[in-house]
Design a binder for this molecule. Structure first.
Ligand SMILES: Cc1cc2nc3c(=O)[nH]c(=O)nc-3n(C[C@H](O)[C@H](O)[C@H](O)COP(=O)(O)O)c2cc1C
Length: 211
């Protein structure tokens, strides 16, 4: 079978993690680099990834996640956050980063900068926050695939109280909001979900060829 399809069939939303198995620091670095490479609108990356180690905090977050055991039991707990707002400074920093990395003068990319500022800074605040949060879903897809290729299990999660997370993690003060949670680690042998067949819509219902 093709490696990509094999990886995607291997993964499943893990319900029960093996408490004893930890992801190696080397693999965590690969996951971080993969998340750094996530594409985003204009390339702005209005995201922040929190790795939560503190076990007391993880217990607290579990209580705000409908008591889902993966929050405390997985090797690592990742919270994907997005910026609530994109500021002119944030765009200027991005432009500087492009200029530095690609060795091009800032004035050669001022058209791009001005265009972004015009489009983004005029957005209503709630629309901007929503747009940023959408970028987090791209990161989640990337993360799930990367983990699967490393044979690391993961559970994509929306089942948590966002406002409570934002408060516990002090996110608002940092201009952030929680969007998604993803515990990662290794499946427990006892997790019966790993044996379930994948349920997906047929190709016929998903794809349409317009000629
Ligand atoms: C955005 C998103 C949110 C999800 N939230 C949860 C969750 O809170 N708890 C959970 O156990 N599974 C959650 N899931 C897992 C889905 O139920 C699961 O991915 C889907 O049923 C397909 O099954 P599979 O991932 O095992 O192939 C979520 C999945 C996605 C993509």
């Amino acid at each position: 079978m093709n490696k990509i399809i094999e990886d995607l069939n291997w993964r499943y939303a893990t319900k029960k993690f093996d408490l004893t198995k930890k992801i190696t620091p080397e693999n965590i670095e690969i996951i971080k680099e993969s998340l750094r490479l996530v594409p985003s609108s204009y390339g702005l990356q209005p995201l922040k990834y929190l790795f939560i180690e503190d076990s007391v905090l993880r217990q607290q977050l579990r209580e705000k996640s409908f008591n889902q055991s993966q929050i405390t039991d997985a090797s690592h707990l990742l919270v994907i956050c997005s910026l609530t707002e994109i500021t002119e400074d944030f765009i200027d920093n991005y432009i500087q980063n492009i200029s530095q990395i690609r060795s091009v003068p800032i004035n050669s990319i001022s058209g791009f900068s001005n265009y972004m500022k015009k489009e983004i800074l005029s957005m209503q605040k709630d629309k901007m926050a929503e747009w940023n949060a959408k970028q987090a879903y791209i990161a989640l897809g990337h993360l799930l695939h990367t983990c699967a290729s490393l044979r690391i299990d993961a559970t994509p999660m929306e089942g948590f109280q966002k406002e409570a997370y934002d408060e516990v993690l002090n996110l608002k003060q940092q201009g952030l909001q929680s969007v998604l949670v993803c515990p990662i680690g290794y499946r427990s042998e006892e997790d019966s979900n790993q044996f379930l067949k994948k349920v997906r819509r047929s190709k016929e219902s998903l794809f349409e060829l317009i000629q």
